[in-house]
Design a binder for this molecule. Structure first.
Ligand code: ADP
Ligand code: ZN
Length: 757
């Protein structure tokens, strides 16, 4: 075979005899672009970059006719005979060390398939921006002679380099001192005659750590805690993967079990990743880990890119052994991983809402399996996915049915909102008011949950029925006080609400639907002696306000806390004696197959906040559907009975965990374009389903999405289900491959969605 490039012969002529090989041989790098072309591309690695191009580093490659320079991820290299088609050459190497390990590369490839995302998009997502963009803190490795005796006598040039490398120097310095090219240095590196002597760069500071409050370690575990800990230590000590669910009510001592499992992990010289919902990343949680383990990397969304990068490097170096963080902390680069824990595993925030729409629980399982380490999940209300895996025997369930210290779960009273008497005094039913009075007069605290922020959920004309709506969205404006502003909860648009109806001019606009602001106002006027605070995304806009409110509540500077589901999460307040759920049905009637699960979880969780102290507690749940299984089970603190009722329904409908769902949302400025494209997709999917020979495949839609217009885009959606997720994705991929999307349309694919709006 003829040489592909004239001139290539010359290049190889200069190489020392002991490296001579066939000119048709070479190294090919497979790269993935962060955006644009989805398909991995092959490039030739030129001799001068031979030691530097490796999987996990980014490279600069020429793209297209114009040979535009693009940054791409090298995902594989292979040596040997070059393909017959001439390849373009890699231009340069961006990173001085791999950003991604071989395992992370495999993981990202799997994620791309599992959630129908582009591989390049997943690669970008698993690396924090601070790491990807870190030009300023790029490593310049210092090299030294390793002292290893070479298998062949070094050439004169190589000997000069090795002599220069008696003291640590950068590759560039060595090449300069020895008067040779970088390739010589790289070859010596590859041969192990030169090694990395450390790093010259100055590390930007890690975020300051607070001095943790001491948190005592109990001397003995309860029998249930001990059984759970043993279930984790077994595989941990044996170096085996297993998934263990701690199914235990709030306060049953799950966190203590995680802490002791992490202790053992560290004792083995290994690292642990603990995932918690972002909202639980309070100083309280972090203190508990810090006081036990000293240095802990806390990865929360408030870190600056530089801080996150610094933490990333500390973890990668192995200097920090405990990582606590939200969803994306699952990608922390732990070289000695020994354990992964996910607390509150049912939380929907573990699924990413933007592409790649991965679920951290599945990612964690993949990593734990690949690393041969245990995965521990904990919840008082496990997801149906997790429950089903335990029931079928794939995962192990450990129950912690009782609260530590033996306090009883509170009695739950349901108030039927269909009964007019319960609405006689506004949103607080007489029984709820009586409960609040009882708690306050007994010296206890109160939490009131209402999952709607704002003052009134809409403003309506009493004369003509007109409702003030957002100009850009198909949503009613929520009235916010002070200022009488209408705010759209879809797009954030703020409008001044008129005094008179814009339709019929009648001066009869009335507020409807109570939000947390109005609830707060009613609570203040009904309980004038009580100190009241509200917690929702409106009051929690500034950093730290969440913690300040909770600290004040814990310090008993507040009597009543009013809030959205924010107050329901993982908080432990011994003096709360009454929890009121103002409207348990708020989420029950959404067109979402998870609506009942979500409602049962929320009510069960919030009910678990009451009566944790010696004085006991009560819960009042106001609902218009007291007989709904989700409400009834929550009221009995019997989440499992709900699960056993709900799982067969999911199974019959082939919804997760028994099947898989692909949801497609189409958006456009033009309603007809959105509906037409949704229709095109449905027709293709139906045809593909018919041809696939899988009777379980079903297509639903197209239909306008529950929020039919958002930010001036019309939204249509459709769903496809099937028993076999991999098969379903394959059918969707085939049906949509090569489709040319019209310019005025955008569409996204969400596999196993947790949000259906
Ligand atoms: P969960 O995570 O299930 O809500 P925690 O681990 O936070 O439960 O335990 C609740 C409280 O009980 C914490 O204050 C914790 O320190 C304490 N605790 C946990 N286990 C024990 C134990 N074995 N003995 C005494 N106190 C314990
Ligand atoms: Zn809007």
């Amino acid at each position: 075979m003829a040489h592909q490039h004239t001139g290539q012969r010359d290049l190889f002529e200069h190489r020392p005899a002991w490296e001579e090989d066939d000119a048709r041989q070479g190294i090919v790098a497979t790269v993935v672009l962060p955006e644009g072309i989805d398909k991995p591309l092959d490039y030739l690695v030129p001799e001068r970059l031979a030691g530097e191009v490796e999987p996990g580093r980014r490279v600069v490659v020429p793209l297209g006719r114009a040979n535009r320079r693009c940054l791409a991820y090298c995902v594989a290299t292979r040596g040997g005979e070059l393909p017959a088609v001439p390849l373009k050459e890699v231009i340069g190497v961006e990173d001085s060390a791999p950003l991604l390990s071989a395992r992370m590369l495999d993981l990202t490839k799997w994620m791309a398939e599992r959630w129908m995302a582009r591989w390049g998009e997943v690669l970008e997502a698993v690396l924090p921006a601070g790491v990807r963009l870190a030009r300023g803190v790029r490593r310049e490795p210092l090299l030294v002679a390793s002292g290893v005796s070479p298998t062949r006598p070094p050439t004169a040039i190589q000997a000069r380099v090795l002599a220069a490398a008696a003291a640590p120097a950068t590759a560039a310095d060595l090449a300069r001192q020895a008067e040779c090219g970088r390739a010589v240095v790289n070859r010596l590196l590859a041969a192990g005659l030169l090694v990395d002597a450390g790093s010259r760069e100055r590390e930007p500071g890690r975020p300051a750590e607070r001095v943790p409050l001491p948190h005592h370690r109990p001397g003995t575990l309860s029998p249930a805690q001990q059984a759970a800990l043993d279930a984790i230590l077994d595989p941990l000590r044996a170096g085996r993967h297993e998934t263990v669910l701690l199914f235990g009510v709030t306060g049953s001592g799950k966190t203590e079990v995680y802490l002791q499992a992490v202790e053992e992990t560290l004792a083995q010289g290994r690292q642990a990743i603990v995932l918690v919902p972002e909202i639980s990343l309070t100083p309280q949680t972090c203190d508990r880990f810090r006081s036990r383990f000293g240095t802990v990397a806390v990865l929360h969304s408030h870190l600056t890119p530089a801080e996150r990068h610094a933490e990333w490097r500390e973890i990668a170096s192995g200097r920090v052994a405990v990582v606590v963080g939200a969803r994306s902390a699952v990608f922390a680069p732990t070289p000695r991983l020994g354990l992964i824990v996910i607390d509150e595993e049912h939380e929907t925030s573990f699924k990413q809402a933007t592409a790649p729409r991965y679920h951290a629980r599945d990612v964690a399982e993949w990593i734990a399996r690949s690393a041969g380490v245990p995965l521990v999940l904990g919840s008082a209300t496990p997801s149906l996915e997790t429950f089903a895996r335990c029931l079928d025997g794939s995962w192990r369930m450990c129950r912690l049915p009782d609260r530590v210290g033996g306090s009883q779960l509170p009695a739950v009273i349901t108030v039927d909102l269909r009964d007019a008497r319960s609405r006689s005094r506004g949103v607080l039913s007489p029984r709820l008011v009586a409960g609040i009075n009882w708690a306050l007069s007994s010296g206890g605290q109160v939490m009131l949950l209402l999952n709607r922020r704002g003052f009134a959920t809409h403003v309506q004309c009493r004369a003509c029925g007109h409702t003030a709506r957002c100009d850009q969205c198909d949503l009613a404006l929520t009235l916010h006080q002070p200022g009488n502003r209408g705010i759209c909860h879809g797009c954030g648009l703020i409008a001044r609400l008129p005094g008179d109806c814009p339709e019929c001019k009648a001066p009869q606009l009335v507020q409807r639907g109570t939000g947390t602001q109005k609830l707060e106002e009613q609570v203040r006027s009904s309980f004038p002696g009580a100190r009241v605070a509200r917690m929702d995304t409106d009051t929690m806009r500034t950093r730290g306000s969440h913690e300040r409110t909770l600290d004040a509540f814990r310090a008993r500077e507040l009597d009543i806390l009013v809030g959205t589901q924010m107050i329901a999460k993982g908080l432990d307040f011994p003096d709360v004696m009454l929890v009121g759920v103002v409207n348990a049905d708020a989420a029950l009637h959404l067109a979402d197959f998870r609506a009942a699960e979500r409602t049962c979880q929320l009510v069960t969780q919030v009910a678990g906040r009451s009566g944790r102290g010696a004085a006991g507690g009560r819960v009042v749940v106001q609902t218009a559907t007291p007989d709904h299984p989700a409400i009834r089970s929550a009221a009995r603190h019997d989440y499992e009975s709900f699960v056993r009722h709900e799982l067969p329904i999911r199974e019959a409908l082939l919804y997760p965990p028994y099947g898989s769902v692909v949801r497609i949302v189409v958006r456009s400025h033009l309603e007809e374009a959105a509906s037409a494209w949704a229709g095109t997709l449905v027709a293709r999917l139906r045809a593909a389903a018919a041809g696939a020979g899988d009777a379980t495949l079903r297509v639903l839609g197209p239909a306008p999405a529950p929020i039919a217009r958002l930010r001036d885009r019309f939204r249509w959606h459709l769903q496809m289900h099937g028993a076999d997720g991999a098969r379903l994705r394959e059918v969707v991929r085939e049906a949509t491959a090569g489709l040319k999307t019209p310019a005025e349309v955008a569409w996204i694919v969400d596999v196993d969605p947790v949000e259906m709006l």
